[in-house]
Structures are given as C-alpha cells and as structure tokens.
Design a protein around this ligand. Structure first.
Ligand code: TYM
Length: 326
C-alpha cells in the first residue's frame, strides 16, 4: 500500500493548471485500490498572502468543491483542511530547527516572490518548512505535484534526512515526488506557467462566459487565417494537446500546418473540449457551492480521521527529541 499526499493552497478557485498538474494525477492514484490518499487544502499557507478571513473561507470551499466535483471519494480517503490539524504547526517548529537558513534564502519560489511582492513576511520565507511538515506528519511516501513544487519536495527530503541523521534513526519517511512528464507545467493564456498570480489562468469552474473570454484571450502570433502555422509554438495548441485525444490532436496539428485554419477556430475547438471534459464536474461544483454544508461536513469528518495519525507522529518525535514533562 502506498501512502500518497498532496495539497492545494486556498488562494483562489482551482484552475486548469491545478486540475491537470495535481488534482487529476492525484485522483488517478486515489482510484487504485492499493493506495491510501491524504489530500488537503493548504489554508495556513494561504495566510502568507491572503489576509481576508471571509475570502479564505470562500476559497477553502471552492478548492474542496473542486476536489469533490472532480471525483474524490472523501469517505475512502483522507480529505481535510490543514488548519483543522494544528499539530502541523508544532512539527513546523521542530523541522525549522533542522533547516539551514541558506536553503530557504535560495529557494526559487521565495526569490521570485521577494522580487514581486510589496510585503515579504517571514511566513513566506518559512513556507517550505510548513510544506515539509504537511508531508512528514503523515509519513507520506509519494507526493503528486506540478513541476513548480519540485524544489519544495527536494527540501522536504533534505530536511527529513538531516533530522533522521541527527536522531540516529529513521524517524521520518522520505517522500518521493511524482511529477507527470506530460503535465509538468501547464501554460497559461500568455504562455507563462498558468498561475493565479500572473492573472493568466483558465478557470474551468468559472461561469461559461468568463471561461470563454479567457480562452479567446489566449495570446497568439499575428499570422493570417490562410497562412500555415506552427503548432509547436502556439499556446492554444499546447493546451489542446493536454486535453484532447491523440487522433484529434493530430488532426489539429495537420490543420495548423496546412493553412486556412485560424487561431479563432482552434480556440473554439479548445473551448469545446474543455466543456466536454469538465461539463459534468462544473455542474457538480455549482451544486456543492450552493450547499456548502456538504463540503464542511466532509472536511470535518476528514479532520477527525487524520488527527490521531498526526498526534501519533508528534508523540514519536517529542519522545525522540526529549520534549514534554512526561
Ligand atoms: P499550489 O496551490 O500553488 O498548486 C497546487 C498544485 O497545482 C500544481 N500547479 C500546476 N501544475 C502544472 N501546471 C501549472 N501551471 C500549475 N499550477 C499549479 C502545483 O504544482 C501543485 O501541485 N505549496 C503548494 C501546496 C502545498 C503542498 C503541500 C503540495 C502545501 N503543502 C504538501 C504538496 C504537498 C502550492 O502552493 O501549490
């Protein structure tokens, strides 16, 4: 049995990049009978940037609804909210004392954010340690994520390795990253990595009109309708290739190369496959968002299921580290 874990920040409604890069590969693993999955919403992480409580709550529900709408069996697996298991913050402290300062200072995501943001808080700096705690608290063996999280997973392994080395025993399980080669980085409508912070997302759960607008805004070159086009240099085609079946992808490739096929045609076809693929999930998402008690109950049950596991890990570590009066 493999123990699989992954999380999504509650910093907005999950977009196509989250779905293809993390949620769907994770759901595939959840469908295999031999796996035990821990999928959670990283709301503590969202505090590094998002300060409005009402918006956080709304986002938490949106992320939860997305997982549920895309098909997570919340009864069979562990589906929970990070902040419902405060043990993770205690583990963060222990781990932070085994984390070399330069490792955090040199993290790509921190350096990127440091350049972009007005407010750079300490939470942003120690963000990878909380992420390591998320993973190590449950002895996760495998972590399906998009490519942007690769360095965070390497840091998790380094921190756990340093901890085990000093303890002289394998107290923490080193997780293996699982990054699907096909979907390592889903491009956004401007060709950069799809990310809420770049404002280039395709929001598969947004109202149909918004979704259409986003697809129609995908940046292309200025080739005329009649001209042949290079599918391998087009973001519309790149996105289509992530969503359509093999023969349909080949057909679009040939149309691009032949000429007489415009970017507008390709965008319409892309929008059609998005609706085809996510139409049913979109309906389930709306139904869940209209009845948030169902979401809250699923998360409450999930927290009840995971807390004993989290406590057991901490007891093991506290004993090994010499903490507590008993
Ligand atoms: P977050 O919330 O930024 O993204 C959630 C997941 O979606 C993937 N992803 C993408 N994959 C492919 N193409 C894209 N354009 C794209 N954009 C996002 C991310 O790689 C991620 O897998 N730090 C994490 C959340 C987290 C976590 C964890 C993940 C907290 N604790 C423990 C795994 C294990 C984050 O901010 O992901």
């Amino acid at each position: 049995m493999a123990r699989i874990l992954t999380g999504i920040q509650s910093s907005g409604v999950p977009h196509l990049g989250n779905a293809l890069g993390a949620i769907e590969p994770a759901l595939e693993r959840a469908q295999q009978a031999e796996n035990e999955c821990f999928y959670f919403i990283a709301d503590l992480h969202s505090l590094t940037s998002l300060k409005e409580p009402a918006l956080r709550r709304e986002n938490v529900r949106a992320v939860a609804a997305a997982w549920m709408a895309l098909g997570l069996d919340v009864e069979r697996h562990y589906f929970y909210l990070q902040s419902d298991v405060p043990e993770v913050t205690e583990l963060t402290w222990y781990l932070s004392c085994y984390t070399p300062y330069p490792m955090l200072a040199n993290a790509h995501s921190f350096k990127d954010k440091q350049d972009q943001l007005e407010e750079v808080n300490a939470g942003l700096f120690t963000y990878p340690v909380l992420m390591a705690a998320d993973i190590l608290l449950y002895d996760a063996e495998e972590v399906p994520v998009g490519k942007d999280q690769k360095q965070h997973l390497e840091m998790t392994r380094d921190i756990a390795g340093a901890f085990n080395h000093q303890a002289g025993q394998e107290l923490l399980t080193l997780p293996a990253p699982r990054i699907d080669d096909q979907v390592m980085t889903i491009p956004g409508i401007d060709g950069r990595k799809m990310s809420k912070s770049y404002g280039n997302t395709i929001d598969i759960f947004a109202p149909a009109k918004t979704l259409k607008k986003q697809v129609m805004r995908i940046v292309t070159d200025s080739r005329e309708l009649e001209e042949p086009k290079d599918p391998d240099r087009c973001h519309v085609f790149a996105l289509y290739a992530h969503l359509a079946e093999g023969p349909a992808i080949n057909t679009m490739r040939e149309r691009y190369q032949a000429g007489g096929y415009g970017y507008g045609h390709a965008k319409k076809e892309l929008l059609r496959v998005i609706h085809e693929r996510y139409g049913a999930a979109r309906e389930r998402y709306e139904a869940l968002m209209a009845e948030p008690a169902r979401i809250d109950t699923a998360l409450e049950r999930g927290a009840e299921k995971v807390r004993p596991i989290a406590r057991a890990t901490l007891e093991r570590l506290r004993a090994a580290l010499g903490f507590g009066s008993r």
